[in-house]
Design a protein around this ligand. Structure first.
Ligand code: GLN
Length: 194
């Protein structure tokens, strides 16, 4: 099983380590053709507007849409979640627009630009450490979407079929259970092909 990490900008290396710690192979994706080599893709945290600019500049938009259409699992964290969302509050157009959720950027307020919380995550476990950095939150989800965790009254992790998204940075701690959960999604995808 080989997992790609979109390597245009943001917290790329940490995701690579989390994948490897779970016993899978990681590939940093710098060119769109490399997408063909992987079974699942992580879109890291960073800055969604910068990432979008690089996606356009390096011709990633169509290949990423084709990757999504091929039903391969995709996992967006923080800015990566914003890239996946079908709707972004205050914006006319989404980026990839594939995951049936609405997100709001930088939604935890200035005074709380960065903070940590401990979450209960459905299908993953309790006491999950979450590092929020200028984080978005999930305002609403479509009917088929499974909410996996909330912080206060805000949705912070959700799964929509092949898509997993979380609003914080799970790769910045050494708790790699959410990556492991994503790997089970990729395994399921591969089994369905067989
Ligand atoms: N605020 C960033 C954005 O809108 C996301 C922050 C992050 O990924 N840590 O893209």
């Amino acid at each position: 099983m080989k997992i790609g990490v979109l390597g245009l900008q943001g917290a790329v290396r940490e995701h690579v380590l989390a994948i490897e710690e779970n016993g899978a192979e990681a590939l940093v994706i710098k060119r769109a053709e490399q997408l063909e080599e992987v079974d699942g893709l992580i879109l890291p945290g960073g800055e969604s507007t910068t990432m979008r600019r690089l996606i356009d500049r390096y011709g990633f938009m169509e290949p990423l849409r084709a990757f999504a259409a091929s039903k391969k699992p995709m996992y967006g964290t923080c800015a990566g979640l914003i890239l996946l969302a079908k709707e972004i509050v205050g914006y006319d157009e989404p980026h990839l627009g594939v995951m049936d959720i609405t997100v709001e950027r930088n939604s935890f307020g200035r005074q709380k630009e960065s903070f940590e919380a401990s979450l209960e995550v459905k299908e993953v476990g309790t006491d999950f450490p979450a590092v929020f950095i200028r984080a978005p939150h999930i305002v609403s989800v479509g009917e088929r979407v499974n909410v996996l965790a909330e912080h206060g009254d805000r949705i912070v992790i959700a799964r929509d079929g092949q898509y997993l998204g979380c609003s914080f940075h799970p790769e910045l701690t050494d708790d790699h259970r959410l990556t492991k959960y994503f790997l089970t999604m990729v395994e399921e995808y591969k089994e369905n092909l067989a």
